[in-house]
Design a protein around this ligand. Sequence first.
Ligand code: FAD
Ligand code: NAD
Length: 401
Amino acid sequence: VNKPKVVILGAGYAGLKTAVDLQKKLGINEAAITLVNKNSYHYESTWLHEAAAGTLHHDKMCVDIKSLLNSKVTFVQDTVTDIKKDEQKVILENGELEYDYLVVSLGFESETFGIKGLKEHAFSIANINACREIREHMEYMFSKYRTEQRDELLTIVVGGAGFTGIEFLGELGNRIPQLCEEYAVPREKVRLICVEAAPMVLPGFDSDLVEYAVAHLEKKGVEFKIGTAIKECTPEGIVVAKGEEVEEIKAATVVWAAGVRGSSLVEKAGFNAVRGRVMVTGDLRLPEDDKVFIIGDCAAIMNPENDRPYPPTAQIALQEAEVCAKNVAVLVRGKGEMTEFKFDNKGTVCSLGHDDAMGVVFGKKIYGWKASFMKKVIDNRSLFLLGGAGLVMKKGKFKVF
Ligand code: FAD
Ligand code: NAD
């Protein structure tokens, strides 16, 4: 039988959710569904700051992709290198795939805005391997301090006080005392510096919640340099500027958490994009090609309330995937109505280590253990959406304090 070929690129929140929804919706004879991902595992990107700090082992946030798929989806472990939309073909490192319908869900990459030295000398919280490097590097710097006693070995700079930077600092607040104990290093020797270019931490977020986060992190020893931009990264540390004032900070660990972009393959494929993000149609397709869906961090959707694109989050990626799967099923069957995507914003919760958090849920501000509990509920919910109760039991977060 000549079944329509559906190819999904990337098994993050967006791609994996599309695949698991489609395998429920479509019969085995209705479509040939293929999911491509560079690793055999999916990782919970929203937990990456924990892997980077070393507060949660990366195995806890990785899920074997095949374990979530049934026989309706073929999994191909390979790296996408190009998309040829005119030929309806995807190029992989080890082959090619033809498609009738394509879902591009290749996710995010770190964006360094061309700042000198960042790519070479800074780390980024971008994927599991990058986070392993951060964790191991910090540990190595602590062990090196035992013999070399140079203060900069214990200086950690976090670039950016967006949600990623703040959540990472929250984890470091718990991790640093453990490292100090393990390597017999006095806590006061360790410097945790956060550099933020905007005039406030978490620009645009509720000021009460921001104050709460800053007070919590300062208590854990974080020094904030606000209104200060990273201008350069060198093998010795960073150069920052506050107005005309330029300062060099010596630091053995620099983690860039100050920007993300959609996959650069989106631009390579010739799609019209700004920083790897395509302004999609109401039903989540490429404006110039109705066979191609783009979802997750590679998609941009306008928020009618402020005329700016919604921030790229797991929350919106999962919702987009649901609509995308519905729409792919309509096209495969050649009947039914396409669904227009509408974002249902449930709020934002920002963790401050495993035992504290703050945020807004259904329009209500929450702090402390309640927020921390809610954050774990959200983390478990995302597992549930991908793999049902079984996955929550295997990988879920149940320890409240
Ligand atoms: P991704 O999760 O990036 O998945 C993309 C997938 O594609 C990956 O599996 C990757 O391996 C694969 N891939 C990439 N390139 C290729 C290729 N060339 N070939 C084959 N496979 C490829 N959002 C929230 O809503 N709430 C939060 O609390 C939250 N916390 C976050 C914390 C951190 C530390 C970070 C970094 C982000 C956080 N986010 C949060 C944002 C959220 O993680 C992203 O918006 C979300 O991961 C986007 O999902 P995605 O499926 O588009 O992409
Ligand atoms: P971001 O773009 O949201 O924040 C980056 C921060 O870095 C900004 O505050 C910016 O002013 C600052 N910055 C930029 N250039 C700088 C420079 N040269 N020097 C110093 N500071 C600089 O990026 P992010 O925090 O990685 O978040 C990415 C996406 O993931 C967002 O959509 C965010 O909402 C989402 N996210 C959500 C959560 C959550 O809901 N708990 C957690 C993490 C990330």
